[in-house]
Design a protein around this ligand. Structure first.
Ligand SMILES: [Zn+2]
Length: 203
């Protein structure tokens, strides 16, 4: 009886540790650096969301040395790309996953941490949620930051991307600790590395 209990416990632990994987060798991901050009996104003094997410996207591109990870970007420079154009780019590429990178701002300076949003209604909602949970876990582990529960939202990119898609809010510009993490070059590298680690886990 005791043995069975231990065995069941081991199976439970294994099930909890199991991560979502496509079971394929190759993976194609679109990194969508939000905003750009005339659209600054969230701002704090001279710091802008559009620049932070473009910087982190560029780092993901630079750090990727895995030939089995094919990355595409909706923008890399500071240009305005409207949402329907982004959806068109995504649906032409037909990736396995879309990561739309944002940073948040809140009138309450204490609001902090990361958040991930998936589409309210989508054929691949369950898959998106599984990806979101996996990415949350990795950010919590690697960066020791608070990751809110995965939420659902009616956002254009999520709704109009045929592939599973996540809006990843990397932190709050309005919070001092988050702002420090988001603007620090080394921390940006570390976050880009975590995004790549996550993508690699999905193969
Ligand atoms: Zn944004």
């Amino acid at each position: 009886m005791k043995r069975i209990a231990i065995l069941l416990g081991a199976i439970l632990v294994a099930a909890c540790l199991a991560s979502f994987s496509l079971g394929t060798k190759k993976i194609t991901v679109v990194i969508d650096a939000a905003h750009g050009g005339k659209d600054f996104g969230a701002t704090y003094e001279t710091v802008t969301e559009k620049e932070l997410v473009a910087a982190i996207s560029a780092k993901v591109k630079a750090l990727n040395d895995d030939a089995d990870i094919e990355l595409h970007f909706t923008r890399l420079s500071d240009e305005f790309v409207d949402l329907s154009e982004r959806a068109k780019i995504i649906n032409t590429i037909k990736p396995d996953l879309v990561l739309s990178l944002h940073v948040d701002a809140n009138k309450n300076a204490w609001a902090s941490g990361m958040g991930i949003i998936v589409a309210k209604e989508h054929a691949d909602k369950a898959k998106s949620r599984a990806y979101a949970d996996q990415l949350s876990g990795l950010f919590a582990k690697n960066h020791g930051i608070k990751v809110k529960d995965v939420s659902e939202g009616p956002f254009f990119i999520l709704k109009n991307s045929a592939a599973p898609a996540l809006i990843v809010e990397l932190g709050y510009l309005s919070n001092e600790n988050d702002r420090q993490r988001l603007t620090d070059e080394k921390q940006q590298d570390a976050m880009a590395q975590t995004l790549l680690e996550f993508i690699s886990e999905l193969k």
